[in-house]
Write a protein that binds this ligand. Structure first.
Ligand code: GSH
Length: 77
């Protein structure tokens, strides 16, 4: 969600790390909101959908997302 301070924090980190991924505002997209709740388990943003080797995981909590993104970047160097 655009006004969510936790989402702002994650978006800022994505920019800083140079990671360009699709960002969905679930408040504006009912279908994606349903997917988030059904597959992720709850309505809370930000949430990072991680797809790896045909497995999907949903990561909540801005600090956890940022930690994951930083580790991802440091491992790819
Ligand atoms: N501790 C969480 C807090 C996230 C949070 O509170 N997000 C709010 C939006 S700013 C939310 O999704 N609330 C659920 C709701 O509105 O029902 C984080 O750091 O990501």
């Amino acid at each position: 969600m655009l006004a969510c301070p936790f989402c702002v924090k994650v978006r800022r980190e994505l920019k800083q790390l140079g990671i360009n991924i699709p960002k969905i505002d679930v408040k504006k997209h009912a279908e994606d909101m349903t997917t988030l709740v059904n597959e992720g388990g709850k309505f809370q943003v930000p949430c990072l959908r991680i797809e790896y080797k045909q497995q999907v995981a949903w990561l909540y909590e801005s600090d956890e997302i940022i930690k994951y993104l930083r580790e991802l970047c440091s491992n790819s160097k």
